[in-house]
Ligand binder design. Structure first.
Ligand code: NCD
Length: 307
């Protein structure tokens, strides 16, 4: 496996066989992810460097490490670390990589993980780089689709902020390997970047774009909702124009495919009404749990441990 003791930066780096290998390994670890503890990573240390807020990514990595018997080092708030004194990311990474066996980095700048990789003596895992990529989220998204729907040729609508949303950038690259039929639904201002659409077409992906949510809702297996990424808008008035662009309530679910599942990387703001939570379609909380077995699988791979 190419990722043994290697960095996880972008979904573009993965072949389908590699993804399938990770999903299979997560399947084997799923019951341990729910409860218990093993010694698979006993003596190993994972460093968490989060320069942007996080709940699920940070805590599921911590949970994964604890269930595997390893330990976690946390940078904590950047206000209480030397980042506030002006230390460069390169220097922080150089040092932290001598304290740990792998580093998860979340950063505000696109390309930060790529850059960190150059200065690290241990594997760097991209936990989200600005509006760039979020590969570990994508692996758990694929795992959710595989477990709760079908990963071969799914009909999927990806809705919301496709310009600034890093989860959807990573997800679409991976879906192109599974023959997915992808419809992008967004306001004009938040369209999927042309560069990504071009890349997807070159990879042979089936992609469509629309602004009309209702038109696609009844013909899909997977509805992937996302939040409008308020913090990435240079101008708050532009955010206000699109803040409530798409919202799903249980009333819109009457004619959808019976097995259609609804996913969301979370946090949700107002895109999914709470009336959807108790329907058979909701999978977003299950999806966030799947972050644990996926991150357990990744950690065992990058740290070179057998399971
Ligand atoms: C996402 C992120 O940070 O990109 N959250 C997550 O990791 N589950 C999605 C978001 O913030 O909208």
């Amino acid at each position: 496996m190419k990722f043994h003791r290697h960095h996880i930066i972008s979904m573009k780096d993965f072949t389908r066989d590699e993804i399938d290998y990770i999903l299979d390994r997560a399947g084997k670890l799923e019951s341990l992810a729910k409860s218990g503890r093993s010694d698979i990573l006993s003596g190993k240390i994972l460093a968490l460097l989060f320069y942007e807020p996080s709940t699920r990514t940070r805590m599921s990595f911590e949970t994964a490490m604890l269930r595997l018997g390893g330990n976690v080092l946390n940078l904590g708030s950047k206000d209480t670390s030397s980042v506030i004194k002006g230390e460069t990311l390169a220097d922080t990474i150089r040092v932290i990589s001598t304290y740990s066996d792998a580093i998860v980095l979340r950063h505000t700048s696109e390309g930060a993980a790529q850059m960190a990789m150059e200065f690290s003596s241990v594997p760097v895992i991209n936990g989200g780089d600005g509006a760039g990529h979020h590969p570990t989220q994508t692996l758990l998204d694929l795992y959710t689709i595989k477990r709760e729907s079908r990963l071969e040729h799914p009909d999927i609508a990806i809705v919301g902020d496709l310009k600034y949303g890093r989860t959807v950038h990573s997800l679409t690259y991976a879906l192109s390997l599974y023959g997915a039929n992808i419809t992008f639904v967004s306001p004009q201002q938040l369209k999927m970047p042309d560069q990504i659409i071009d890349d997807l077409k070159t990879r042979g992906a089936h992609v469509n774009e629309t602004e009309n949510f209702d038109k696609v809702l009844n013909n899909i297996d997977v509805l992937y909702m996302t939040r409008i990424q308020k913090e990435r808008f240079p101008d708050p008035t532009e955010y206000k124009k699109v803040a409530n662009a798409y919202k799903i309530t249980n009333k819109q679910l009457v004619n959808v495919r019976p097995n259609m599942i609804i996913m969301h990387p979370l946090p949700r703001i107002n895109e999914i009404d709470s009336s959807v939570d108790n329907t058979d379609h909701a999978r977003y909380f299950q999806q966030s749990f799947y972050g644990v077995p996926i991150r357990m699988a990744l950690l065992t791979i990058v740290m070179g441990a057998d399971i």
